[in-house]
Ligand binder design. Structure first.
Ligand code: DP6
Length: 330
């Protein structure tokens, strides 16, 4: 199956046919506490393992789509050149959705600092599907929305709800059981600190990085089993309200994912000196009794995880951290 086949299995005959002047949707960014790393199927973005994220409420992408004389992309107020990777990825996806689609103007605004290394492709693809659903009145269910977003970018399938969200890897070859669902259990004391440490270029994107990991990492064999069990433990800690156990598991999960990246040939090292210095600082604070943990994705920046009741101490140690309280939103 190619991307178009995966999409049409869920679109079930729906086409890109505008039913109103424009369609809009906001979708939030999510940070994985149990990571997605590895695809069992590349065009369908079918993962080797379950993953589980926390949504950053009100932080993400708003996309508006209108029928237009020519294809056009506006990103954060600026027209994007058709040669640009963002433009190409977007229209390749729209062409796979509907080979006879009308010309479209796609405007996306991200209210997140892209330098913070937050995956705007996740909120972007979730917002894109939502905007098409609005424009064409597709009446997608949340499951269909999650599946279509997943085919754009895997982690986008989790950008469909606030709070904790779990992506079930699924078993089926057509991907119809691989989608995310919110976990209806808040943890009001969970706090996140976003640290923008450096704007150093990433050595390799997630898609290529996963491919290289599967092809060359001798440790990867043990990753899916660990990752599934780890997500299961995180889900248990959410249920029992054990915040510190959850944060500890999230850090272990992230470090294990990075171990698989580092053990590829050639090695993928997303960490910069500032990342490593932050890791040491977090450990030193922990040995002084502060319950602060960290997670990292396919980039050099660090996301701190802690109990909001220790917020003053964490922010004193990291004055540049942007504080997010995921369960406090309008
Ligand atoms: C490290 O969803 O960006 O952030 O499916 O190839 O688009 P594609 O990859 P992407 O990968 C995200 C990887 C990660 C971990 C995670 O968010 O679970």
């Amino acid at each position: 199956m190619n991307k178009a086949d995966f999409l049409s299995a869920t679109l079930a005959g729906r086409r890109i046919q505008p039913m109103q002047a424009s369609g809009s949707q906001f979708a939030p960014v999510n940070i994985a506490l149990g990571k997605y790393w590895g695809k069992r199927n590349i065009p369908g973005n079918l993962p080797t393992n379950d993953s589980l994220s926390i949504t950053l409420p009100n932080h993400g992408s708003t996309t508006t789509i209108t029928a237009s004389e020519t294809d056009l992309v506006i990103l954060n107020g600026k027209q994007v050149n058709p040669e640009h990777a963002f433009y190409r990825r977007l229209f390749e996806f729209l062409d796979a959705l509907d080979g006879n689609r009308p010309r479209l103007r796609v405007e996306t605004n991200n209210n997140i600092a892209t330098a913070a290394g937050l995956a705007s492709s996740a909120s972007g693809f979730a917002a894109l599907i939502g905007a098409l659903n609005d424009l064409c009145q597709w009446q997608l269910t949340d499951t269909e929305w999650s599946i279509l977003a997943r085919i754009g970018s895997g982690s986008a399938c989790r950008s469909i709800a606030n709070g904790f969200v779990r992506w079930h890897r699924g078993e089926r070859d057509n991907g119809k059981d691989s989608f995310a669902q919110p976990i209806d259990q808040p943890m009001p004391n969970l706090a996140i600190g976003l640290l923008t440490l450096t704007d150093a270029e990433k050595p390799i994107g997630s898609t290529a990085g996963m491919k290289q990991t599967l092809a060359t990492c001798p440790l990867f064999n043990s990753w899916p089993q660990f990752a599934n069990a780890s997500v299961e433990r995180i889900a248990q800690y959410i249920e029992t309200g054990d915040l510190i156990a959850l944060l500890n598991e999230a850090e272990h999960n992230a470090m294990t994912m990075h171990a698989t990246m580092i053990a590829t040939n050639p090695s993928i090292l997303y960490w910069q000196p500032e990342s490593v210095a932050t890791m040491h600082k977090v450990r030193a604070l922990r040995s002084d009794g502060l319950d602060v943990y960290l997670t990292m994705d396919a980039g050099p920046n660090v996301k701190l995880l802690f109990d909001r009741r220790q917020q003053a101490d964490v922010l004193a140690a990291f004055p540049n951290a942007e504080l997010i309280l995921p369960f406090e939103h309008a």
